[in-house]
Design a binder for this molecule. Structure first.
Ligand SMILES: C[S@@+](CC[C@H](N)C(=O)[O-])C[C@H]1O[C@@H](n2cnc3c(N)ncnc32)[C@H](O)[C@@H]1O
Length: 194
């Protein structure tokens, strides 16, 4: 979920979605705060938050009384994120945790309405195993980059590509999830826990 319309003309993930179709989809979308708010989610655990762009969207979506757990292994990014949260007026809704997101999730006792996965791709299969028990029934498990710039269909996949291939198989074959892979930009998987 990186910035979708930066000043660069190359903001689209070329080759996955036809540009004209992507323009059409964006033109049809209502303001995204509204789209996110309708899920009714109040508790979000975000894995791989960087400077907090996606965190701010989640924080706006959960509304007053909602809680978003920010996680990132890079303290400098976390520091920047804190400043953006202040400027966006959403700091009260965000808990910043610096370190390994998988370790934090494995220590959790609570369940979440949404778990958003955007960490290093080689960890995706492990995230799948950790996330499921921490998601409430009816909750969403959302994962970015599942189409990986189309590298999934190229010969000799590297370690990251292999991990995403394994992850996609896991979410599609899981009896505990209803899975949809949206061919939006680099591919977003949205899984609903049964
Ligand atoms: C693609 S960026 C996240 C972008 C962000 N979700 C957004 O859409 O605005 C990936 C981030 O995940 C962090 N990261 C990767 N693996 C991690 C892990 N195991 N634990 C914590 N952070 C991790 C990296 O430091 C990096 O900042």
């Amino acid at each position: 979920m990186a910035d979708q319309k930066s000043s660069s003309p190359d903001w689209r993930m070329g080759g996955i979605t036809v540009p004209e179709v992507e323009d059409y989809i964006y033109a049809m979308l209502p303001p995204r705060d509204e789209v996110l708010t309708i899920s009714g989610a109040k508790r979000v655990f975000e894995m791989g938050s960087a400077i907090g762009y996606s965190t701010i969207w989640w924080a706006r979506a959960v509304g007053d009384g909602g809680r978003v757990i920010y996680t990132d292994g890079d303290p400098k990014r976390a520091e920047k994120a804190r400043r953006y949260f202040e400027r966006a007026g959403v700091s009260q809704r965000i808990v910043v945790r610096v370190g390994d997101a998988l370790e934090f999730l494995s220590e959790e006792k609570d369940t979440y309405d949404i778990i958003f996965n955007d960490v290093d791709k080689t960890d995706y299969p492990r995230v799948f195993r950790l996330a499921l028990p921490r998601l409430k029934s009816g909750g969403l498990f959302v994962t970015d980059n599942v189409l990986w710039s189309g590298k999934l269909r190229k010969p000799n996949p590297d370690a990251e590509t292999k991990a995403i291939l394994e992850f996609n198989k896991l979410i599609c074959e899981s009896k505990d999830l209803f899975t949809t892979i949206l061919p939006l930009r680099d591919g977003v998987a949205v899984c609903v826990k049964k």
